[in-house]
Every structure is written in structure tokens, then in C-alpha cells.
Design a protein around this ligand. Structure first.
Ligand code: CA
Ligand code: CA
Ligand code: CA
Length: 188
């Protein structure tokens, strides 16, 4: 009797387990430019590489010719490729950002662009990343000081400013205005 009951519990457990497994892993962002998630310059967008070979596409529109800074933050070893409106690869990067994140700096003319985010190195588990795009008037401070000229901390001439290199390959940007021509000395 006890054995029968144990078998029944076992069968029930397998049944419940099977029904808890998802039919397919959901993907948060499309796998090609046509299904790209629209984002704006100045936005922070979370994403996940859910399965081996997943790629996530994002689309953004540029209105002014300027340098744009496109990068991920997080612990995932990311790889990024920038495409133009005709889906031609403009450039790609795998490690210019913080730690093992990609970071792309590019002078872009008005138009629509696509970013493909994927994982560099082998896939073990799903990993999270955060995509950021900075441009004119749309900088986002990532730690104590901005990570691009668009999010630079404004400092004065004759000033002392403290800063922290918060992570591997962190870079802190500062901006100052020169009113009086002459030699300016910058040092840490
Ligand atoms: Ca994904
Ligand atoms: Ca995807
Ligand atoms: Ca910093």
C-alpha cells in the first residue's frame, strides 16, 4: 500500500514538474532589425540573453549629426554591432566598455540605426544587460561621473573634483568652459 502511494506521489511530481516547464523560452527583444525594439537616445533598456545564440535588436533614430555613445552595463560579456538604415554593419565592439561590456562611439548622421546585442564567449546561463544610448542633450550619468561627453560633470576652472573609478575600465568625463585664453593645467 505504502509502495503504491509512493509511486502515485512520484507520478504526480513528474506531472507537476512537466507542467511547470515553459513550452519555449520567451525572448525579450527581436532577433532581427524588422523586430527590433524601438528605443530613444537617452534611454536605458534592460535585456536578457536567454538562450545560446540569442541576439537582441534595438532601433533608434538620430536627428542631429553628432557623436553617439552606445554601450551596455552589467556583468554580462556583451558584443555589440551597429547597423545603418539599410542594415549594413557600421561597426562592432566587444570590450571597450566597463569590464567586458561593449562600447561604441560613432559620428552618426540623421537616420534610423539598429543595435544588435549578443553575448561574447560561451553561453552558460541566461544573463542580463542594460543597453544605453547617449547623444546630444541625452546623457545619462552611470556612476559618480558620466561615461561620455554627453553626461560629463561640469567643473570650473580652479576647481578640485573627486572621483572614483567604480569598475574595471570605468571612465569619468568632465566638462569645463574657458573664458580667459591662457594655459590651463589639468591633473589628478
Ligand atoms: Ca533576449
Ligand atoms: Ca532576441
Ligand atoms: Ca566613476
Amino acid at each position: 500500500m505504502k509502495q503504491k502511494r509512493n509511486i502515485l506521489i512520484g507520478v504526480l511530481s513528474v506531472f507537476i514538474l512537466l507542467h511547470k516547464l515553459p513550452a519555449a523560452v520567451a525572448d525579450d527583444h527581436g532577433n532581427d532589425p524588422a523586430t527590433a525594439t524601438p528605443v530613444t537616445v537617452g534611454s536605458v533598456t534592460p535585456g536578457v540573453i536567454e538562450i545560446v545564440g540569442d541576439v537582441d535588436y534595438f532601433a533608434f533614430t538620430v536627428s542631429n549629426t553628432a557623436n553617439y555613445v552606445i554601450y551596455t552595463r552589467g556583468t554580462m560579456n556583451s558584443y555589440g554591432t551597429l547597423y545603418n538604415s539599410s542594415y549594413s554593419a557600421v561597426t562592432s565592439d566587444f570590450d571597450d566598455g566597463e569590464n567586458t561590456n561593449f562600447r561604441i562611439v560613432r559620428n552618426l548622421t540623421p537616420g534610423t540605426y539598429y543595435v544588435e546585442v549578443s553575448k561574447s564567449g560561451g553561453f552558460v546561463n541566461p544573463e542580463n544587460y542594460e543597453l544605453r544610448i547617449e547623444g546630444p542633450g541625452a546623457g545619462m550619468v552611470s556612476d559618480d561621473h558620466g561615461y561620455s561627453p554627453w553626461s560629463a560633470t561640469t567643473v570650473g576652472v580652479w576647481s578640485i573634483t573627486s572621483g572614483v573609478i567604480d569598475s574595471g575600465d570605468d571612465a569619468d568625463f568632465f566638462r569645463f568652459t574657458v573664458n580667459v585664453p591662457g594655459t590651463h593645467i589639468l591633473y589628478t
